[in-house]
Write a new protein. Structure first.
Length: 227
């Protein structure tokens, strides 16, 4: 089995971390995995650091048919069996690729829980027979797609994972610690997320208020790190 991943984003957020975990994990297990990513993207930099196989392409939006042609050539030269699109724009590109290489199995990934746009492109993108499976990272996302009329037989839930040992060997700088914690017994509560509406920071602030009012914590500090 040979799989090619497509991620068209230049930034580094949770979705890109999941792509990286998957690509790295497949390679470690001896599965032929290849990643197509944006030029000068964080994904490219991290693949270089870990010596993971990748191709960089300057994708000019989801209707960039030239990029689809380039990716189709990569698929043919590497005898790819499966393409997996990890973002909305990547999904459109991958559909174009499958038109050019019909033998491919196409998997799309849906990571956001808001409804599909009502425009014609989105309807075609999620209604096309070119997509074999859509991975939803939660049951709620699957429910939203069902409400939007997506074929239930194409939907599968595979939850995101994380490396719980990633920071085991990291020594937190004492100056950083002391800037938030007044004494060793202070509990630090916080979040790390992109500063976007669907991350629901107002609800987080309400939760902080409840902690202050109802929890018996004498010393705590609240921290939000945003992109």
């Amino acid at each position: 089995m040979k799989i090619l991943h497509i991620d068209s984003e230049k930034y580094w957020r949770g979705g890109q971390q999941q792509v990286f975990y998957l690509h790295e994990g497949l390679v470690k297990r001896g599965i032929n995995s290849l990643l197509v990513c944006e030029k000068n993207s964080e994904l490219k930099k991290r693949c270089m650091e870990k010596k993971l196989p990748y191709h960089e392409i300057n994708i000019l939006g989801e209707l960039d048919f030239l990029s689809a042609i380039k990716i189709s050539r990569i698929c043919k030269s590497n005898n790819i069996d499966i393409i997996q699109a990890h973002s909305a724009h990547s999904q459109t590109i991958a559909i174009f690729v499958k038109f050019l290489v019909s033998k491919l199995k196409l998997i799309a990934v849906r990571r956001v829980d808001f409804h599909i746009n009502k425009n014609m492109l989105s309807k075609l993108k999620y209604g096309t027979k070119k997509i074999d499976r859509i991975v939803c990272i939660s049951e709620f996302i699957k429910k939203v797609l069902l409400e939007d009329g997506v074929n239930k037989n194409k939907l599968i839930t595979i939850r995101s994972g994380t490396n719980v040992n990633k920071f085991d060997d990291v020594n937190v700088d004492k100056i950083f610690q002391n800037s938030f914690k007044q004494n060793p017994n202070t509990i630090l509560i916080g979040t790390i997320a992109a500063f976007a509406g669907h991350k629901d920071f107002p609800n987080l602030l309400k939760a902080f208020k409840l902690i202050k009012e109802k929890c018996r914590i004498q010393n705590y500090a609240l921290l939000a790190m945003v992109r």
